[in-house]
Structure formats: structure tokens, C-alpha cells
Design a protein. Structure first.
Length: 97
């Protein structure tokens, strides 16, 4: 499994940023997205594929597993929008595939 740092940023409360994962070579071959702050708290989202009845793979989404950070994720066509929770914090995000 390959791991890639896709984000390191200090966030203000409720600040959002967009990460273009498609240009980094990621399509739908994703496994998980893990966030960590400087105090060791984390958030983990796993990639959930949407599969049609004819087994043709379609786009998916990141399903929240654990979230101590209050981070929200939205995925659309190779872009991830990361929205920080209600406090100021530095976040590092690692994408695994």
C-alpha cells in the first residue's frame, strides 16, 4: 500500500480548502484518508466504492470511521474539499491506496 501526504496546513476555525487528487494520479483506486493534528488526535475516512448492479465501478465517497478532529470531507470528480472543525489547528493528511 502506498501512502502520500496530500495536505499540511494550519486551519482557522471552519476553514475549507480543496485538494486536487486527480492531478496527483489518484482515481478511484483509493483506500483511506487519515488526518492528524500536532497533539496526536486523528480522523480516518475509508474509500467506499459505489458499484452498479452490472459490476461497473462508479465514483465513490469517503466514509467517516473515526473523527476526533471535527474534519468534514467532500469528494467530487477527483477533488477533495476539507473543512476544518470549530477550532484552530494544524492538519496533516495522508492518502493511502
Amino acid at each position: 500500500m502506498d501512502n502520500f501526504i496530500v495536505l499540511t496546513k494550519s486551519f482557522a476555525a471552519n476553514e475549507s480548502t480543496v485538494v486536487d487528487i486527480k492531478s496527483l494520479g489518484f482515481g478511484t483506486t483509493l483506500n483511506s484518508l487519515v488526518f492528524q493534528n500536532k497533539t496526536g488526535q486523528s480522523a480516518t475516512f475509508v474509500w467506499q466504492k459505489n458499484v452498479m448492479p452490472d459490476n461497473a465501478e462508479k465514483i465513490g465517497y469517503f466514509k467517516e470511521i473515526i473523527n476526533e478532529l471535527g474534519v468534514r470531507i467532500a469528494h467530487y470528480d477527483g477533488f477533495i474539499t476539507v473543512t476544518n472543525g470549530g477550532g484552530v489547528q494544524y492538519l496533516k493528511a495522508e492518502l493511502k491506496r
